[in-house]
Design a protein around this ligand. Structure first.
Ligand code: AMP
Length: 144
């Protein structure tokens, strides 16, 4: 199973925000869109960071005035990206090892989607369920 298979099911919509926008606006976006992270892109559409709810919580615990500051003040700049041809198991391994739950997917320099650890788990569960169904069908067929 490849990352492109997940994107084929969930689509390539990515919620983005500009680095100059306020953290307050980013939080509103996370709440409105029911997501855990927003990808930060510049005016040219290039990925320049990622802001997750964890970044906001961490920053707010230290400084309550964080909501009026720009996203760029607290976003993660060194973003790990995935590619559509990446294997889903390898991606899951990276996310677990590096302890993040979001992976923007880039193809030829273009942001084409984002997958979460939830998407990865759902894909694996569906694949296992498919295998179980196949095995059950075989057992029933063998017993006939
Ligand atoms: P998350 O578990 O995705 O909510 O994020 C946990 C931390 O990892 C936060 O500081 C995020 O900014 C950061 N983070 C999330 N996704 C990535 C990524 N793909 N590459 C680098 N850092 C990330």
């Amino acid at each position: 199973m490849k990352v492109r298979n997940i994107l084929a099911t969930k689509g390539g919509r990515v919620i983005t925000i500009a680095p100059e926008e306020t953290v307050r606006r980013a939080v509103a976006l996370l709440v409105e869109q029911r997501i855990g992270a927003v990808v930060v892109t510049d005016a040219a559409g290039q990925l320049v960071g990622i802001l997750s709810e964890r970044d906001v919580i961490r920053a707010a615990a230290e400084d309550e005035s964080i909501f009026g500051q720009p996203v760029s003040a607290i976003m993660t700049r060194a973003v790990v990206i995935g590619m559509p041809q990446d294997d889903v198991l390898a991606v899951a391994h990276t996310m677990l090892e590096k302890r993040f739950r979001h992976l923007p997917i880039v193809d030829e320099g273009r942001l084409i989607g984002i997958i979460s650890i939830g998407d990865v788990l759902k894909t694996q569960r569906d694949a296992y369920q498919g295998e179980i169904d196949t095995l059950e069908t075989r057992i029933i067929a063998a017993g006939e």
